[in-house]
Every structure is written in C-alpha cells, then in structure tokens.
Design a protein around this ligand. Structure first.
Ligand code: ATP
Length: 229
C-alpha cells in the first residue's frame, strides 16, 4: 500500500534563505495529520513542494506513491491558496463550473455541499458568504473528485470563532469518513482537537513528530497554544 505522503530529505532554498531543510514527512492512510509551526516556519513551502507547485532544491516527494510534477495528481485534493470563485454565481453554480472542467457528475456536487454543510446556502451568491463559508466552499471544490488525500494550508486562518469551529468540525468529519488529511496550522490547540498525529516544523526543520497524546504535554509546544482556548 502506497503511503499518502512521503518525503525524504526535502529542502528548499531561496537564495541565502533555507525555507525547508532536510524534511522527512510521512502521512499514513486514514489519519488526520497536523503540520504545526509558527509563521514563516516553512509549512506552505512544504505543501507547495508536495503538490509540485514549487521545485525542491533537494530531496524527494511521493504522493500516493507517485512523484508530483510527473503528470496528473490523481486522488489528491488541495486548498492551499484562496480558490478563485465567481463572485456573482451561487456556491452551487461555482461548483458546477468546476465540476464540468473536472469531468465530475452533478450528483457529486450535492454530496460535497452536504459534506461541507453548505446545502442550505448553496443557492446564495458567493459574495454574500462569510469567510468561513468561502473556505468551506474551497474545501468542497477540493473534494469534487473524491480525493483519497486532502491537503489544507491553514484553513482556519482569518476566520471568526464560528467559522473556525465549523472548519474544525468539517475536518473531523472528513477524517471520520476515512479521508486522509494533511492540515497545516500554527495553533497547537487546533491540531490537538482535530488531528491524530502531529509534525512540528520550526525554521524549516521538523523538530518533533508523534501522536497528539505524545506531543501535547510538551511544554515547548505551549508557545503555539490556541488563543481561542
Ligand atoms: P505562514 O504561516 O506565515 O504562511 P509558513 O510556515 O507557511 O508561514 P512559508 O510561507 O513556507 O512559511 O515560508 C518559509 C520561509 O520562506 C519564510 O521565511 C518566507 O519568507 C520564505 N519564502 C517563502 N516563499 C518564498 C519565495 N517565493 N521567495 C523567497 N522566500 C520565500
């Protein structure tokens, strides 16, 4: 069985700055993996390398057993940048447009709207959505092709407390449904609530990895505590 994510010695240098250094990251099938680190730690750069959007300076990436960049990323959904939606179309119609490009049937749209808890607001214009709803529509778009692996870059960033709670509940639901999720965050309390395993990245290096139970008692990690707690 291929691992959903496996990197070895992954590094990225920008001129004199090493954004990611010698990173070994493994995400196992069926787990919600929290990629935890403060701002500027190298989370987004790592996720971009996983998806083949940024070329590593060194090291290897395998996603579902394949090397990204060498063809289509089948089985992988991602939300790592605010997705571009049409402001004056409804949430449902935005998904219809994307589904058509992705070759996905209309029945899947109803399923993903349900999954992200937007069915009741699916006919509303995107412009009227809260930030949290917009993020959940982004997750719905990432789920259109029923991926085995979902990669989310700080999906609760900038959301109000209700939006944060809804997004965390969504990630827990996806994990419970058997989807493998790799989610980045700078909040220890957040990964503590929603993840099975955590990797901690600081200054581009993986400094700790383990189950929530193993890592969350660690005093050093309290600097990343959740301000909502
Ligand atoms: P944040 O939570 O703030 O997004 P992050 O953990 O995702 O942080 P990255 O965005 O990966 O961190 O950035 C890691 C480091 O690499 C930072 O010092 C950043 O300034 C630098 N960096 C990222 N992208 C580039 C780029 N295209 N060119 C130069 N430096 C970059």
């Amino acid at each position: 069985m291929n691992l959903p994510v496996q990197t070895q010695g992954l590094s990225k240098r920008y001129g004199g700055l090493t954004a990611v250094r010698d990173l070994d990251l493994t995400v196992r099938a069926g787990e919600v993996y929290g990629f935890l680190g403060p701002n500027g730690a190298g989370k987004t750069t790592t996720l971009r390398m996983l998806l083949g959007l940024v070329r590593p300076s060194a090291g290897t990436v395998r996603l579902l057993g394949r090397t990204p960049g060498a063809g289509r990323l089948t089985g992988v959904g991602a939300l790592i940048e605010g997705p571009a939606f049409y402001p004056y179309l409804s949430g449902r119609d935005n998904l219809r447009v994307l589904a058509r490009y992705a070759g996905v049937g209309a029945d899947r749209i109803a399923t993903v709207l349900d999954l992200v808890d937007l069915t009741s607001r699916a006919g509303d214009r995107y412009t009227g959505y809260s930030l949290g709803m917009k993020q959940r529509l982004g997750v719905a778009a990432a789920l259109l092709k029923d991926p085995r692996l979902l990669i989310l870059d700080e999906p609760t960033n900038g959301l109000d407390p209700a939006g944060i709670a809804d997004m965390r509940a969504l990630i827990r639901r996806l994990g419970a449904a058997g989807c493998t999720v790799l989610v980045s965050s700078h909040l220890l309390g957040e990964v503590e609530q929603i993840c099975d395993r955590i990797g901690v990245i600081v200054g581009g290096r993986m400094v700790a990895e383990g189950s929530v139970a193993e890592l969350c008692g660690s005093a050093g990690l309290r600097v990343l505590a959740d301000p909502l707690d």
